[in-house]
Design a protein around this ligand. Structure first.
Ligand SMILES: [Zn+2]
Ligand SMILES: [Zn+2]
Length: 368
């Protein structure tokens, strides 16, 4: 029997919990082979499969519900109809590794043990947050009994289900949080992680651009010391890029969303107020689930998408936003395929020959 991943449980927690409970030899191969570091899309996909979540839809469902992926994908370009671009077909991305520090809320853990008989590692408690949004207590990022961190070189995740120095996490002491900003940040993260819709990136940037430029302190704040860029400038510049790209029907390159989240936290007291302002911009608000079956199959001038249809077991290609300009980089002469172009023009030189495509898109599962 395969265990069920718990709501908010990280993929790494689920794998570690399965191996801990069933034992390494009795666990299915996907769990035994799951890497400790460098978790790639194929690893995520295989774990989604254990829950019956199949294909592109299943891949995106597990990303949305069990990783911190929504933090970067909720603010989505309105011309991108895929949830995770071309990651389903293998664009490399590192989803998590054992060098990421995990953490827990002692109240959540005690409640889980009371309710389920066990606890698990939650995604919001294994990122940069310091506070539990639900209980307003400080997250524990080092073992309360031996001070080891919960990452490579310290405790592994199994300590959640075992003991340290004979003691369990459900009995660890609780520290109330007094930092209102950290609580607000945790609440905003919780809203983003559990979002059921995408907000248009352009609408988000336009709203924040206006608000941030009314506040000099926020406008000039350096949001990331590595880039040494003021927040106001970063938002304005990205807004220009996104608007320009939309006018030409060309998807802009991906960008971190750290500065967007920092700006929202700087401007708003309630996440709901931010959402109201973004909706008033007029761009469509799309349910996340409607993008889960679709991936980017290729970029030339235009972005090409494939939507997987599980009733028919086939992928439907589309190009909803053909580029308005030519790069003149491509050879537009027609290609004749000997397998399907029966009438071939006679021409000199090399004749077309069947050729295996380098990397075909994945097959599509058919619902029975
Ligand atoms: Zn909690
Ligand atoms: Zn310990």
């Amino acid at each position: 029997m395969i265990l069920a991943i718990q709501p908010e449980e990280t993929v790494r927690s689920f794998v570690a919990r399965t191996l801990f409970i069933k034992g390494k030899h009795s666990s299915e191969e996907v769990f035994r082979k799951f890497p400790k570091n460098c978790i790639l899309s194929t690893d995520i996909l295989s774990i989604a499969g254990t829950q019956g979540w199949i294909g592109c839809y299943g891949f995106n469902k597990i990303l949305h519900k069990h990783t911190d992926y929504p933090l970067k994908e909720i603010f989505k370009n309105i011309q991108d109809i895929s949830y995770s671009r071309d990651e389903y077909i293998g664009r490399p991305n590192l989803y998590s590794s054992d060098s990421t520090q995990a953490g827990f809320c002692p109240v959540c853990v005690a409640e889980d043990v009371e309710r389920l008989g066990f606890s698990f590692w939650r995604r919001a408690h294994c990122c940069e947050l310091k506070v539990c949004a639900e209980h307003n207590v400080e997250l524990v990022k080092r073992c309360p009994y031996c001070d080891k961190p919960f990452r490579h070189g310290g405790h592994d995740l199994n300590v959640m289900w075992a003991t340290c120095e004979g003691q369990q996490f459900k009995d660890s002491s609780v520290m109330l949080n007094a930092d209102q900003f950290e609580l607000k940040k945790a609440q905003f993260f919780a809203e983003i992680l559990s979002a059921t819709y995408h907000l248009s990136e352009e609408a988000v940037l336009a709203v924040l651009n206006e608000k941030v430029h009314q506040n000099d302190k926020l406008k000039l704040k350096i949001w990331n010391s590595r880039y040494n860029q003021p927040l106001g400038y970063t938002i304005k510049r990205r807004l220009e890029i996104v608007q320009e790209a939309r006018s030409r029907n060309r998807l802009p390159h991906g960008e971190t969303t750290d500065f967007i989240i920092q700006a929202i936290l700087g401007v708003y007291e309630r996440f709901a107020d931010f959402v109201i302002d973004v909706k008033s911009y007029g761009d469509e608000v799309r349910p996340v689930e409607t993008l889960w079956s679709t991936y980017i199959a290729g970029h030339q001038e235009s972005t090409h998408f494939v939507e997987e249809n599980y009733d028919q077991g086939l992928g439907v290609w589309c190009c909803p936003f053909p580029a308005r300009d030519f790069l003149r980089m491509w050879d537009w002469r027609p290609v004749y395929y000997p397998c399907c172009s029966f009438e071939r023009p006679k021409r000199k030189g090399p004749q077309p020959r069947p050729e295996l495509v380098k990397k075909a898109p994945p097959g599509v599962y058919r619902r029975k």
